[in-house]
Design a protein around this ligand. Structure first.
Ligand SMILES: [Zn+2]
Length: 295
């Protein structure tokens, strides 16, 4: 009788040890998910949620105007991600569209030994030309300013002034009705610097033009309700691009250097989670300010 009671105790201890081991493993798993997967999951789904909220609730409908447009992109891919549908729709109606790339795009792979001397520049340039030809933009309407990538916020005064003058010259010669720039709080230094450079260039050119912002990173790296003022949120517009979505997808797919890994085991520059919303048949723009000559 006494011996069987001892055996029962021994079995209980084994069970307790097993449960303890199981709980320890469970705790490690939960911690791993919390540290590694949760931020990725939240970023991806918050970004999609913010975009869908803008599309279905927080914006007014936008129709493509007959005004000529100049799309200003810091890097080769921003124009098609942010405005690919708009560009295609305008070109289908033969509305003039010019594209200006500010930087040479050299920084996207500069950490890799095969690309450290700007070898990616001609690849990105060709991708831009091919991608935009799908959307109906002729190469003679595409301008590459070839400024240093990832350095637009740290320019010396002379270089900054030179870029502003080049932009003002293009604005004066083309006289666009609309200018599209990255969002002023796009959470990427080159993008935010581009907004400021263009705003100054419009003042220098002295032309009256509507300045419209396209969001690229702000929906992915930021919380709109926390970071934008109500009057800015109220300036959101949504363009349906259903009729041209397949063309836009084709144009994005040309940018293989950005969404494909450059080497085995490496991550691509643009992750699938970030790219997901750009495959949806909507584009969002912010019309919060128009720049007048003496603004
Ligand atoms: Zn960019």
């Amino acid at each position: 009788m006494k011996e069987s009671r001892i055996n029962a105790w021994a079995i209980d201890w084994k069970k307790i040890l097993k449960i303890k081991h199981f709980l320890h493993r469970l705790q490690n798993k939960v911690l791993w998910i919390f540290n590694h997967k949760l931020p990725e999951f939240l970023t991806e789904y918050l970004s999609l949620l913010q975009f869908l909220w803008l599309v279905h609730i927080g914006s007014k409908p936008l129709t493509v105007s007959q005004k000529s447009a100049m799309i200003i992109a810091p890097h080769q891919d921003d124009e098609v991600l942010g405005c690919g549908g708009l560009i295609g729709l305008k070109r289908e109606q033969n509305i003039p569209v010019q594209i200006v790339f500010i930087t040479d795009g050299a920084a996207s792979h500069s950490w890799h030994s095969d690309f450290k001397s700007g070898e990616i520049v001609p690849i990105r340039r060709q991708e831009a030309l091919t991608s935009l030809s799908i959307l109906g933009v002729d190469s003679s309407h595409i301008h590459f300013l070839d400024k240093p990538d990832s350095k637009l916020q740290y320019l010396d005064l002379n270089t900054r002034q030179q870029i502003i003058e080049e932009l003002a010259q293009l604005l004066l010669s083309f006289q666009p009705g609309e200018v599209y720039v990255p969002h002023r709080q796009d959470r990427t230094k080159d993008h935010e610097a581009t907004y400021e450079l263009v705003k100054t260039a419009i003042r220098l050119a002295g032309i009256k033009v509507e300045q419209i912002q396209y969001p690229i990173w702000i929906l992915y790296k930021s919380l709109l309700f926390r970071d934008l003022k109500l009057h800015e949120l109220a300036g959101a517009y949504c363009l349906s691009i259903h009729s041209i979505q397949s063309k836009k997808t084709k144009a994005i797919k040309v940018y293989r250097s950005q969404y494909e890994a450059i080497d085995v085991g490496l991550s691509p520059v643009l992750k699938p989670a970030f790219l997901r919303r750009f495959s949806l048949p909507y584009e969002v723009f912010f019309k919060t300010d128009s720049v007048m000559p003496n603004d």
